[in-house]
Design a protein around this ligand. Structure first.
Ligand SMILES: [Ca+2]
Length: 407
């Protein structure tokens, strides 16, 4: 027996290693973070997620979470993490590639359909951004159907994008990076560095801006994007907002419109990491015929997932745009006045974690993923809104203030 134990162990250990997910560390206790509007409650629901990239909130209160190496898990509101769902498409898991975004179809309660974006492996070690739809079951996906493939597939493992967002008119938008080949963002004959728009069955809308042009791909909605990992439709207006990574400096928010050129690399606020100088193609911060960013950061936070926080008048954060910051190791809250950005706060800085994705639940709580080998799912409860005074209360407060100020 003693002689056989090492043999058994030798057989068992690799098997165990293959089955296990990264060991979940003990869950940290809930914390209160002081913010200008009051305390923010930060709860850790799960740990041990390997580079989680995106989350989607299911109607029953549970969540789908993608892990970049190619796994999709379900996590209950109580933090119970499932085994990987079966049926996920094969992904090119290298560098920034892998399983990326996950989103529910606009008609999910009826059709149980989900959308996945990922780096898809091609021939000879190439890869390209792709999107598939699938039907969600308790522990599996079925009817997995690729609906979009970036063309051409290329070498390298950088700048895939890729976020998915839906408008109210039956279209899906997919954001994509330029695969670190800068000038491809300006080349309308390829799909790198573009936001594309499709119908929900994957077909091309007849009113897309480049339909019918021989020198351009009909999927393209907007171009001149560097690497876009944030995409959201403002629930108040239906307008599409996009965030993208600049190089050193020049992270941007844009509001992509049909056929417009968002500049990269011809117009940029950013610099080459290696030289500290603008790239040779860059003509300046702005260039004729190109759209300037709606908002720009001189020092790059490295923007990832983005979500609107609107329609929660009982919460201090209504209205805001929330963005995960990777290098910036924070959750960015941009205060909105209508569509104007009127202020910025950096939250969760004490965690010292890269923030990969953020989503807002119907009850006003916020779910956040940290990007790490031992990544976490957090749930935030934003502070309540300051109570509104009635006219009588306002008059009373004024009288009391005047009385207090009287000699
Ligand atoms: Ca730009």
């Amino acid at each position: 027996m003693p002689a056989r134990a090492p043999l058994l162990l030798g057989l068992l250990l690799p098997l165990l290693a293959a089955c296990a997910r990264p060991a979940a560390s003990a869950l940290p206790p809930p914390q209160q973070e002081a913010t200008p509007d009051g305390d923010l409650l930060v709860e850790t629901l799960a740990t041990g997620l390997e580079h989680p990239w995106a989350l989607a909130l299911l109607p029953d209160g549970s969540l789908l979470v993608s892990e970049r190496p190619g796994r999709l898990r379900r996590i209950t509101a109580a933090g119970q993490v499932s085994s990987p769902l079966t049926g996920v498409p094969a992904v090119f898991a290298s560098g920034q590639g892998g399983l990326l975004d996950v989103a529910l179809d606009p008609d999910f309660p009826r059709n149980r359909r989900i959308w996945l974006s990922y780096a898809e492996p091609g021939a000879d070690g190439t890869a390209g951004t792709a999107v598939a739809t699938a039907t969600l079951h308790a522990a599996s996906l079925s009817d997995v159907r690729p609906v979009y493939r970036q063309w051409p597939k290329l070498d390298g493992d950088l700048h895939f994008g890729a976020r998915i967002a839906f408008d109210r008119q039956g279209h899906v938008f997919i954001s994509q990076g330029e695969r670190n080949r800068r000038m491809l963002a300006q080349d309308l004959s390829v799909l790198q560095g573009k936001v594309v728009r499709l119908n929900l069955d994957g077909s091309i809308p007849a009113d897309n801006p480049f339909v019918g042009r021989a020198d351009a791909r009909p999927e393209i909605w907007s171009y001149g994007h560097r690497n876009s990992q944030g995409l959201a439709v403002d629930p108040r207006t239906g307008r599409l907002w996009e965030s993208e990574h600049g190089p050193r400096g020049g992270d941007e928010i844009n509001r992509p419109q049909a056929g417009r050129n968002y500049g990269w690399p011809l117009a940029s606020d950013g610099m080459d990491y290696s030289t500290g100088l603008p790239y040779p193609e860059t003509r300046g911060q702005q260039a004729a015929g190109m759209e300037p960013p709606y908002h720009v950061w001189k020092k790059s936070p490295a923007l990832s997932g983005m979500a609107f926080y609107v329609g929660h008048p009982d919460r201090a954060w209504s209205d805001s745009l929330l963005l995960g910051a990777l290098a910036g190791q924070s959750l960015i809250r941009l205060r909105l006045d209508g569509e104007r950005i009127v202020g910025e706060e950096r939250l969760l800085t004490g965690l010292r974690q890269r923030i990969r994705d953020v989503r807002v639940a119907a009850d006003g709580r916020v779910y956040v993923l940290t990007d790490a080998a031992d990544g976490r799912l957090l749930r935030l409860t934003p502070p309540p809104a300051a109570p509104r005074r009635s006219p009588a209360q306002t008059a009373l407060a004024r009288d009391q203030a005047q009385a207090a100020a009287a000699p």
